[in-house]
Ligand binder design. Structure first.
Ligand code: DAT
Ligand code: MG
Length: 140
């Protein structure tokens, strides 16, 4: 067993479209445990820190604008190899090519905006997960 924790965000498009339950349902159905959960409106500083790796890219400003366009639901999810597992459940970044059966492949709209609106975030490595959990849930 490699028990890990990852940070999941249901992005503003997911919250607006009332897909929070569906997204968390898929994560729980896979056997992972939601150990912290909060709906919140993230401020620009938190979003810039969360996406610091993308600073300077053309989609950075639209990404922050989109992520601040409404509330998100942030969760810490725990389980065996959950970091890789949630990325697999989420599917590819671009919803057009995300495989059917994945959250993005099944549910995200085609990319027709300045930023890809793909419903869900999952940390991409143990280092990212630790950094992101500390940002969103400093008391954990
Ligand atoms: P992921 O969310 O799959 O980890 P990422 O970290 O590369 O993808 O990018 C963060 C988010 O930024 C992604 O979910 C959607 C948006 N994005 C990524 N690449 C983009 C691009 N080329 N054009 C527009 N938006 C993009
Ligand atoms: Mg990423």
């Amino acid at each position: 067993m490699t028990t890990e924790r990852t940070l999941v965000l249901v992005k503003p498009d997911g919250v607006r479209r009332a897909l929070t339950g569906e997204i968390l349902r898929r994560i729980e159905a896979k056997g992972y445990t939601v150990v912290a959960l909060e709906r919140r409106s993230a401020d620009a500083d938190l979003l810039a820190a969360h996406y610091a790796e993308h600073e300077g890219k053309p989609f950075f400003a639209p990404l922050l604008e989109f992520m601040g366009s409404g509330p998100v639901v942030a969760a810490v999810v725990e389980g065996n190899r959950v970091i890789e597992g949630v990325r697999s459940l989420a599917g590819a970044t671009d919803p057009t090519v995300a495989a059917p059966g994945t959250i993005r492949g099944d549910l995200a709209r085609t990319w027709d905006t300045a930023v890809v609106q793909n419903l869900v975030h999952g940390s991409d490595s143990p280092e990212s997960a630790a950094r992101e959990i500390a940002l969103w849930f400093p008391s954990l």
